[in-house]
Design a protein around this ligand. Structure first.
Ligand SMILES: Cc1ncc(COP(=O)(O)O)c(C=O)c1O
Length: 457
């Protein structure tokens, strides 16, 4: 008999979570003004809001926390962290930051100015936010296949090289760099192939542009390359990661994802000049260049986490759990983005709730239904997140209207995944009765989804 797949860790410490009643959840979500970010976490049974900073650190990471050196400058923790980043990425100059968007803030303060155009593959919302805040523009050059959730393509995070070249040809003088997000969160946790990275690098060289990688889930990207790209089957995750980063001039990293820590991030760069310019903003926004908004213990945990996060067995356990949830939903006939992404399952809300008008926030409506059904918290990756156009202030309706179920690393068991799938199946079975969504009562001028207030239509 073939042995079933089992997790490559065992559990040493547990955290109780509480079930609630439907009536309680209906009340709580109303009080939260139908924004899932406003819910107290104790009102949530299975929290799939994000995989960011929500992972379980290992015993080795916790022991590294005790060893943290809290010196302001020259701490051994900084050196341990810097050496790990250099070792994993191959990039020489390293600056810590308190999370991914802080790394973006520091680097973009040097590189982005008003009127610039920054092409990439479905920029993450904070990346786009930092670009638009500087009155520059993010241009999405993702391949069209990414926007058809039914289409199976091994690398839906890929850049469309023709689209990218068109931007570079037309606006070359306004482009400070190209950004590649690996894996691409906004298109469904989809990877970018080495072949595509090479092609983007070639164009960057042709037009004399930098290539920056938003690397939050670089290890999951490397895992998919190993499984799906010819010639990489026998390479280790770390060898593949090194090759990926060999095409980059710099990277930003949210360590809250693939470095499996609760807080942290960094920038790594090849060029000393860029590093020196970044240090100025680092000191202004994040702190001295040896800690960047983090404690020494956090730097130690990142260093250890970078090694654990790039182990094949760990990644296999992780991605297979995401696949388990996705495959169960497919068994029930529920429409999801395929292939299943690395960190999350993305439910196609437009196909799930065809009766709800796009003006009434389809994916948000589905996420609220799921919370009421079983206390499961997902997140809208759709019209609320796409935000309003900075010039016209009108809603932008993205091609994909998704509800993301992001799975924290090493936190939930497969039984939790079965519960989530069953809850969605119940909603699926009564989907024809869901005809209306929500309207906005209050919204922030930028990145509104975090704080938006809604009312039921
Ligand atoms: C692809 C990507 N880039 C950047 C960020 C921002 O990182 P942080 O949340 O640590 O600021 C995220 C966070 O989810 C992300 O998914």
């Amino acid at each position: 008999m073939e042995l079933p797949f089992a997790e490559s860790y065992r559990i040493k410490m547990v955290e109780p979570i509480r079930r609630s009643t439907r009536a309680e959840r209906e009340q709580w979500i109303k009080e939260a003004r139908y924004n899932l970010f406003n819910l107290k976490s104790e009102y949530v049974f299975v929290d799939l809001l994000t995989d960011s900073g929500t992972g379980a650190m290992s015993d080795r990471q916790w022991s590294e926390m005790i060893l943290g050196d809290e010196s302001y400058a020259g701490a051994s923790s900084f050196h341990k962290f810097m050496n790990a980043v250099r070792d994993i990425t191959g990039l020489e100059y390293v600056l810590p930051a308190h999370q991914g968007r802080a790394a973006e803030n520091v680097l973009f303060s040097v590189l982005v100015k008003e009127g610039d155009i920054i092409p990439g593959n479905s920029h993450f919302d904070t990346t786009k936010g930092h670009i638009e805040y500087r009155k520059a523009k993010a241009v999405d050059c993702t391949i069209d296949e990414a926007f058809d959730t039914t289409l199976i393509h091994p690398f839906k995070g890929n850049v469309d090289i023709a689209k990218l070249e068109k931007v570079l040809k037309e606006h070359g003088n306004k482009v400070p760099f190209i950004i590649l997000t690996i894996t691409c969160n906004s298109s469904g946790g989809q990877p970018v192939s080495i072949e595509n990275m090479k092609a983007v690098r070639k164009l960057a060289d042709k037009y004399g542009k930098k290539l920056i990688m938003d690397s939050a889930r670089f290890a999951e990207n490397a895992y998919f390359i190993k499984l799906r790209e010819e010639g990489y089957q026998f390479k280790t995750i770390r060898e593949i990661a090194r090759e990926m980063f060999s095409f980059a001039d710099a990277l930003t990293m949210s360590a809250k994802k693939d470095a499996i820590v609760n807080i942290g991030g960094f920038i790594a760069m090849r060029d000393k000049e860029l590093f020196c310019s970044s240090c100025v903003f680092e000191i202004m926004y994040e702190g001295f260049i040896h800690y960047g908004g983090l404690a020494g213990r956090d730097l130690n945990a990142i260093a250890q986490g970078l090694y654990e996060g790039t182990e094949f067995d760990y990644l296999e356990t992780r991605v297979k759990q995401v696949e388990l949830l996705g495959n169960r939903l497919l068994d029930y006939g529920i429409p999801i983005q395929q292939p299943i992404g690395g960190h999350a399952v993305f439910v196609d809300a437009k196909r799930f709730l065809p009766h709800v008008r796009k003006e009434e926030f389809v994916a948000q409506t589905l996420a609220i239904q799921l919370y009421i059904e079983a206390g499961v918290r997902g997140v809208e990756i759709g019209t609320l997140l796409a935000d309003r156009d900075p010039v016209t202030r009108e809603n932008r309706y993205p091609e994909l209207e998704l509800m993301r179920l992001a799975i924290p690393r090493r936190v939930y068991t497969n039984n939790h995944m079965e519960l989530v799938a069953a809850a969605l199946k119940n909603i699926w079975d009564r989907r024809d009765t869901i005809k209306h969504g929500y309207r906005v009562v209050r919204e922030a001028p930028i990145m509104r989804h975090f704080t938006v207030e809604l009312e039921k239509i």
